[in-house]
Design a protein around this ligand. Structure first.
Ligand SMILES: [Zn+2]
Length: 223
């Protein structure tokens, strides 16, 4: 078992419940990387996704502390874990925070998936839309020419880019290759973002009504 599973068992043991995983089912779930739980803010806007183990942990951990806790909105229809007493525990698909968390000024953590979401799967040079497998990153100011501050791999210097445009630009500046950006890249705020949800993720049926429309256009589970 991995650390997460030990952690989860520990939480349940604290609540005097003896749980073992049904091995076959667990193996299946581990292969299914998309089996995560969607976390909603108290106003039911989608905020982030967490592992199903973590979701079960927080549900049990804070069940007697309503303000810190979460409520389960929906469970996966066909996923469960089996306790030694034969009881089937359903796995949360969507949980909602009981207390509203202000998100307006929070920045989205820099990551490949969040850059693709920001740029709406569009090459920022030619303007064409691609699947995540046909899209890559480009450093607007090439790494070799970066003079700081900080790292060149940041929100203001990274854009989504198709392979042909990436090849054309290479390690040169925009001026040197006579290319232009469609839009100046900036660091987005959390509003409208579901942290951790990438364009290559499949959106489970249980999440659909909570996911902003622009994700439905770009998420296709293509890797
Ligand atoms: Zn392009």
């Amino acid at each position: 078992m991995k650390n997460n599973d030990f952690y989860f068992c520990g939480i349940l043991q604290k609540h005097n419940q003896s749980i073992t995983f049904e091995t076959k089912k667990l193996r299946r779930m581990k292969r299914d990387k998309s089996l995560r739980c969607l976390v909603l803010n108290a106003d039911y806007t989608a905020m982030s996704t967490i592992t199903w183990q973590m979701a079960l942990s927080v549900v049990y951990k804070y069940q007697n502390e309503p303000l810190l806790g979460v409520s389960v909105v929906d469970y996966y229809k066909n996923e469960f874990i089996l306790a030694t007493n034969g009881h089937r525990y359903p796995i949360p698909a969507v949980i909602v925070k009981n207390e509203y968390l202000r998100m307006d000024n929070r920045k989205v953590p820099f990551s490949r998936k969040h850059v693709f979401v920001r740029d709406k799967m569009t090459c920022m040079y030619c303007g064409n839309v691609f699947s995540s497998k046909k899209l890559t990153f480009d450093h607007v100011v090439p790494r070799a020419l970066w003079k700081g501050p900080g790292t060149p791999t940041n929100w203001q210097n990274i854009v989504s880019c198709c392979f042909p445009c990436n090849q054309r630009k290479g390690g040169k500046t925009l001026k040197q290759v006579n290319m232009r950006l469609l839009k100046r890249p900036t660091a987005p705020n959390c509003g409208g973002y579901v942290l951790g949800l990438g364009p290559w993720n499949r959106i489970p049926q249980e999440w659909e009504q909570y996911i902003p429309n622009h994700y439905k256009d770009i998420c296709n589970g293509d890797s």
